[in-house]
Design a protein around this ligand. Sequence first.
Ligand code: ATP
Ligand code: MG
Length: 333
Amino acid sequence: MNDIILTGDRPTGKLHIGHYFGSLKNRVKLQNEYETYIEVADIQALTDNFSNPEKVKNNVEQIVMDQLAVGIDPEKSTIFLQSMIPEIAELTVFYSNLVTIARLQRNPTVKTEISQKKELFGESVTYGFLGYPISQAADITAFNANIIPVGEDQLPLIEQCREIVRKFNSIYGETLREPQAYIGENKRIKGLDGNEKMGKSLGNAIYLSDPEEEITKKVMNALTDPARIKKDDYGNPDICMVSYYHKLFSNSEVEEICAECRAGKRGCVVCKKQLIKNIVKELLPIQEKRRYYEENPKLVKEILMEGTKKAQKEAANTIKKVKESMKLDYFLV
Ligand code: ATP
Ligand code: MG
């Protein structure tokens, strides 16, 4: 059986440098080796944005443009829209019998995210949000995917999907394929505020499409060593977000930057300006490519439509097999 990749993003905002180092670079490389599906997870985005459907809709094409801008090739990768694949919703219902509420509540990622969304959910979370790991298992299995490139935050969700697959197969017979997470070198990129994760919904991100002024503003306000007040104070780059991002953007210069900071020989302003220059340089070709798609919105729509048609065919094959296994194949000939 072919190796198949399924990965995706929630259209809750544009993609950021956490996505770039954490998953997009990997996707661009892996699409040359494996059949690749990239889902724009609009239904999952609604689980915590249900009262703001415009936000989700408006970000669908933004996400597709970001993918294309970093080098996702629609000839190699199938980019599709989750809400246009009703089989995913059907599978979600079938799998929901195989998961207990306690197990969902114990999922560490779901737990963290619920605590971050107190304002939205108050004391009681919705059924839809609590159950999104089930819908994610449906996303993966609908395409028979076995390799799932993700950031570290997704590991508990992949584990939950594996449990669902094993339980399904043990009850209904060998039908679904058990997936593996694929974690790249940068499994979790921290936020500008020092948060363990840069996230679209956390307000701590540098977006791939940010103009230079915006990057400048964000880097200038990034968290640095709070004990360092004057340039000749000895700095601690280990607790400074600017040096953290230098490690991603300024490869050959990093050692010198950190040594000078520790010795009190490099001021924060100089250090930040150098980072801004390197980020702008790395993002320039991405932003140029993005501009091409921004000027050709019809092309972006076509790519998404074509991808969605291909994905629909695959999901239809899966649901047929699943229904047969579950004895739900009443009128099929
Ligand atoms: P949201 O805050 O709305 O959940 P997000 O920034 O977490 O948005 P997602 O669309 O949920 O982005 O995630 C898409 C993919 O990018 C997932 O595989 C996720 O693990 C990965 N990812 C997201 N943020 C990071 C990060 N800071 N570092 C590494 N990988 C990340
Ligand atoms: Mg997320």
